[in-house]
Design a protein around this ligand. Structure first.
Ligand SMILES: Nc1ncnc2c1ncn2[C@@H]1O[C@H](COP(=O)(O)OP(=O)(O)O)[C@@H](O)[C@H]1O
Ligand SMILES: [Mg+2]
Length: 385
């Protein structure tokens, strides 16, 4: 079955589409689907759409009418993206897995009107995508895991486990999107031994300071960071914060590393060259990833060899160089997700194609070891065309 996976992450940079061929229960292991990437493409949000999405995420007083409009508008854009990819590569999907745009995610239960609740909200109406693309759509993947007591994230570890598990080598599979998260898979591991969580900011703080100080959407090829000096004391201070110390499983988003965090971060950097602030934001991503591995992974008995990177952050050479420096003493070698048949920018989209396929076959696709749920859940809602 050909399935289109559609992802738009917390960076709110745009839409990634992956067309994936999925086959039920390959010969290797009972119940594990086979996955083959056919094509992928990326569609940046138009500037005014990105602005509206970011405003909706950061706002404490967004209008309900505008949120409803955004839900339908994004669905039109997701459908356009799938249709364009199909035309371009001459494949036709039979099912779509559409993650949607997260407007709010709070994985940790907190009191609200007398009840303790963990909540999430992905927007981009599945029914509209189904009507436009004319195939069934699975959307809204996170709530079922949260209803089962999980944090609703991360969900990509299901794909990581399927693709990157190795009999001999322990592997850490790192995605650097707006937020950074990894999946640590010990050699020859069962799903219960997989550890996955958000390590903190990926590109989110880098993008935000670059926007604030240089009026650019992102630090292309890490050029600004590469010409600045890292303020080590700021990083050490920030890493003492509660999020970094908290034990996994844990999730993060703009709620932790959005506008307020960035303002405070710039203030902490003080009166220095603007380039140093971008360099420091970049080093914060590298350092927080390595720090999470040191605190929560390598202390365990399993040993790890490969560090496989995906997401937009893999295209930032300054960030990658900083990360390589941090990981070398841990005996980890950086490898690109491309080497394993999934280009860095296609992986998350491919993951939602896989999750949709599972749901379509009434099979669960969450890993309780990653989300903290009590049981695996069948994720998402189906809209029929
Ligand atoms: N050439 C590049 N140089 C530096 N950063 C890049 C480059 N290409 C992409 N990025 C970064 O990757 C981000 C998008 O990553 P992505 O994986 O799409 O994140 P998300 O899943 O949150 O949408 C951009 O906002 C930007 O910060
Ligand atoms: Mg993106």
């Amino acid at each position: 079955m050909i399935v289109a996976g559609v992802m738009s992450g917390t960076s709110a940079d745009g839409i990634n589409v992956a067309l994936v061929r999925l086959t039920a229960s390959s010969r290797s292991r009972a119940g594990t689907p086979g996955l083959h990437l056919l094509a992928h493409a990326e569609y940046p949000y138009p500037k005014h759409v990105r602005r509206a999405v970011l405003a909706a995420m950061n706002s404490t007083k967004a209008s309900v009418a505008d949120l409803a409009r955004l839900n339908f508008l994004l669905a039109e854009l997701y459908a356009d993206a799938v249709l364009a990819t199909q035309r371009r590569f001459h494949f036709k999907a039979e099912l779509v897995g559409c993650h949607g745009q997260t407007l709010y995610h709070q994985g940790e239960p907190a009191r609200f009107l007398g009840r303790k609740l963990a909540v999430t909200w992905q927007t981009g109406e599945g029914a509209v995508v189904a009507a436009r693309v004319r195939v069934p759509v699975v959307s809204d993947f996170r709530p079922a895991d949260m209803a089962a007591g999980g944090k609703g994230a991360p969900l990509v570890p299901f794909l990581d486990f399927l693709l990157y598990r190795d009999r001999r080598a322990g592997r850490i599979v790192q995605n650097i999107g707006g937020i950074a998260n990894f999946t640590a898979i010990p050699a020859n591991a069962s799903p219960q031994r997989v550890l996955a969580f958000d390590t903190g900011p990926g590109n989110m703080v880098i993008d935000a300071v670059t926007h604030r100080l240089f009026d650019k959407a992102y630090d292309r090829d890490g050029r600004i960071a590469g010409s600045g000096a890292v303020l080590d004391n700021v990083i050490s201070d920030v890493l003492r914060g509660p999020f970094f110390r908290r034990k996994p499983p844990k999730t993060a988003g703009r709620e932790q590393f959005g506008r307020e965090f960035t303002q405070e971060f710039i203030r902490r950097c003080g009166r220095v060259n603007k380039r140093d602030i971008v360099a420091t934001a970049t080093a914060l991503t590298a350092r927080s990833i390595a720090d999470a591995i040191r605190r929560f992974v390598v202390r365990r008995t399993a040993t790890y060899r490969d560090f496989i990177v995906s997401g937009g952050g893999a295209s930032n050479p300054t960030l990658m160089a900083m990360l390589a420096n941090e990981l070398r003493p841990l005996g980890l070698q950086i490898r690109s997700s491309d080497e394993f048949g999934l280009p860095a920018e296609a992986k998350e989209a491919a993951a939602f194609a896989l999750l949709a396929f599972q749901t379509w076959n009434r099979k669960p696709s969450s890993l309780p070891s990653a989300t903290g749920a009590k049981r695996p859940a069948i994720l998402g809602k189906i809209s029929y065309a």
